[in-house]
Ligand binder design. Structure first.
Ligand SMILES: Cc1cc2nc3c(=O)[nH]c(=O)nc-3n(C[C@H](O)[C@H](O)[C@H](O)COP(=O)(O)O)c2cc1C
Length: 216
């Protein structure tokens, strides 16, 4: 949804400082991801709501807002905050084209914004990162290991990419880290990508127009 068709190299960052650096070293655009995001948010736990306008004021590049983006309202909010477009991951998992197991579709439709957790700070804080994923048995086991100061050897079998890859396909949703964001709380259906994008465009326009009426 970026407006600038010339964008070539996009860099994803989780802090204002890293967005400024991305501009300095020559990236064409940045995605700024708040801690709502699924996957690997920055350890500072700053929200998209705060990061997007700060990055808008700090860099002259096109910017995409990520984390918490799921519908026309969040698209409208991102634009109002100064973003040129948005990036979504969790919401696109909940489309017919993603081809995840039916159990995963069920999770995506039924789970709320309170059903994700942050973990792996013990392993990833050195890189400035952590993991946000669905609260499940594996995340509880990871929390126990981290609390008692466990090492990489204990964590690795639980967090391997191979384990996660299997679960997206076979649907045992307790068996791996399912990296989804708080935006899962805004998902109620499994449309096609085309239906989703069309609906979001219409809803975003409506949200921005009705927002303007508040000032008339
Ligand atoms: C299944 C899945 C896998 C992801 N893997 C990565 C990854 O390997 N590296 C990364 O930087 N971000 C990863 N992300 C984060 C996304 O790139 C994106 O920033 C984030 O999901 C946006 O938040 P949302 O899921 O609420 O839309 C992943 C997200 C999901 C849902």
């Amino acid at each position: 949804m970026a407006r600038d068709a010339r964008v070539k190299v996009l860099h994803k960052v989780g802090t204002v400082k890293h967005a400024v650096h991305a501009e300095k070293v020559g990236y064409d655009a940045v995605t700024i991801a708040g801690f709502e995001e699924g996957g690997f948010p920055h350890k500072d736990n700053v929200s998209t709501m705060v990061l997007v306008p700060k990055v808008r004021e700090a860099v002259n590049l096109p910017i995409l807002a990520a984390g918490g983006m799921a519908d026309g309202k969040s698209l409208a909010a991102a634009i109002a905050l100064g973003a040129d477009g948005i990036m979504m991951a969790t919401r696109f998992l909940a489309t017919r084209e993603s081809g995840v197991h039916p159990n995963i579709y069920k999770v995506l439709v039924e789970k709320t914004e309170s059903d994700t957790a942050l973990q792996l700070q013990s392993l990833l804080a050195g890189f400035g990162l952590q993991v946000r994923a669905l609260r499940n048995e594996i995340m509880e086991k990871i929390a126990e290991i981290e609390e008692k100061g466990g090492n990489l050897g204990e964590l690795l079998p639980l967090i391997s990419g191979e384990r996660a890859r299997k679960v997206w396909k076979d649907g045992n949703t307790e068996e791996a880290m399912l990296t989804i964001g708080q935006s899962v709380g805004r998902i109620n259906d499994i449309p096609t990508v085309a239906e989703l994008v069309e609906r979001m465009t219409i809803d975003a326009k409506e949200a921005l127009e009705s927002g303007l009426q508040a000032f008339s």
